[in-house]
Design a protein around this ligand. Structure first.
Ligand code: SF4
Ligand code: F3S
Ligand code: FES
Length: 239
């Protein structure tokens, strides 16, 4: 089959603004991923095309992009999901709401700053058990944050959120997911510090339950549900 690929291009050293590059790829396969196609453009047609990727298997989270208008990982999006027949049209753009550095590469620093603001690490100053065992937790307590342990920090959620597009100071769904992971961990001792961040002006109340984030998450994390659980803690004071 043939794929007609439109890719948003921008080189800050040459271009005043972004433009669309159009590339025709023959002998494509319905099981090719969008990342495979981008590699063909880069390796066979134009070596200046810039994109981030590493694992190619949906693990590292580095290749989130906007594919036919929806955020997804290029390595996990197969041609068969985007069209059928002898010719498939695919459009690829950088994720929205973050500054484009070059072509499909955006500046992830503001996203990572929001992530860091929720203290996304285990806090417990008490000494670990002296018998060499881990801090124990019931299966029920562990299950409360199981879903939010799966985040790979790809930013597909935050950069699909209209509230984030409207105001980049909104901490965003990815940061809230990672706050949730520790707020609901019975072994952690600092939930109030994270709740102070996500309960502030640019925290969870900016979420308008749009669900774009949940639809975009390649790990199928129930993000909107996690945000609602954090809102409930803030409203009731009960974890
Ligand atoms: Fe990516 Fe999902 Fe984590 Fe958001 S919650 S950064 S979409 S893995
Ligand atoms: Fe945005 Fe997700 Fe809320 S898309 S508005 S954070 S449900
Ligand atoms: Fe690692 Fe796609 S390249 S998630």
């Amino acid at each position: 089959m043939q794929v007609q690929l439109r890719i948003r291009r921008f080189n800050p050293e040459k271009d005043q603004s972004g433009w669309w590059g159009e590339y025709t790829l023959d002998n494509a396969n319905k099981n090719d991923s969008v990342l495979d196609l981008l590699h063909r453009v880069k390796w066979e047609i134009d070596g200046t095309l810039s994109l981030r990727r590493s694992c190619a298997h949906g693990v590292c989270g580095s290749d989130a992009m906007r594919i036919n208008g929806a955020n997804a990982l290029a390595c996990k999006t197969l041609v068969s999901r985007l069209g059928e027949g002898d010719m498939v049209k695919i459009q690829v753009e950088p994720i929205l709401g973050l500054k484009v550095i070059k072509d499909l590469i955006v500046d992830m620093e503001p996203f990572m700053d929001h992530y860091k603001s929720v203290l996304p690490y285990f806090i417990n100053d008490e000494p670990a058990p002296s018998n060499g065992r881990e801090r124990l937790q019931s299966q029920e307590d562990r299950a409360r944050f199981d879903d939010t342990t799966k985040c790979i920090l790809c930013a597909a959620c935050t950069t699909s959120c209209p509230s984030f597009w409207a105001n980049e100071k909104y901490v965003g769904p990815a940061a809230i997911v990672n706050a949730h992971r520790f707020i609901f961990d019975s072994r952690d001792q600092a939930p109030e510090k994270r709740l102070a961040v996500v309960g502030d002006t640019f925290g969870v109340w900016r979420c308008r339950t749009n669900f774009n984030c949940t639809n975009a998450c390649p790990r199928e994390i129930e993000i909107t549900k996690a945000i609602a659980e954090v809102k409930h803690v803030l409203a009731t004071g009960e974890i």
